[in-house]
Design a protein around this ligand. Sequence first.
Ligand SMILES: [Fe+2]
Length: 278
Amino acid sequence: MFDTTPIDDKPAARIDGLDLSQPLNPAVYPALRQALSNYPVLVFHGQNLDAGAFHDFTRGFGPLQEHVLHKYRHADFPGLSWLTNVAADGSVDEFGVRRATTWHSDGSYTADPPALGILHAYETPGSGGGTLFIDMGATFDRLEPALQTRLRELTGLHRHGAGPGGDMYDNSLADDQEENHRDVFHPAVTKHPDSGRDILYVNETHTHKFEGVSKADSVALVNDLIAQAVRPDAIYHHQWAPGDVLIWDERSTIHRGEGAYAPQERRIMLRAIVDRLT
Ligand SMILES: [Fe+2]
């Protein structure tokens, strides 16, 4: 149906042989879901989807989440949002360069975090502006057994931008839903519903405390876990080109934007967040 090529020893694979702008054989979706069990980031090159086609493709996985910030939502497809450093009047939005450059998994601050993130690049900077991914199943497997045992007993408190790496989000959720200003609780170790693997479900942007652990010790533990997770050799660093489509498993990865590009260079992508797989 399509070719799957692992990318070096990274938690990513390149998918060839599909034109995502065309209606897909329905069997493609479960096959991609299966591929995500082995490679939590799937990379497609040379795609060309307008917003309608991107909506159709992403909607094939399941219902899409509407972005909490109205200004980023696509006018015709509220399930799609713009990831851009270009403001509505065409000027450069400096926050767009820094946005989401700390490790996180999208929506971990919600009670029911989403399943997949999907991006399609239209304009990309000449250098920098990449996206970095870490497999949190592999991360958990690498931890010392005593730490694994301790983590299995812990529950993390997540709130938007409240983690030790979340400072940049001050005031960025003015028209947000109320739930994003409350703590939600997730076990520090989750089980992936498809692969059955243990996943370290902690991130530095939104995880700010563990139940029964002091604030200071919690922050130290979050920082230690993220430091162990983001070993340079474990990172899949995606350098974007126009036409790229990336699908990542939100349940088993953390990611961040690289930033590090000249703010006058345009970086424009469409994003879909798949709530749950159907
Ligand atoms: Fe993100």
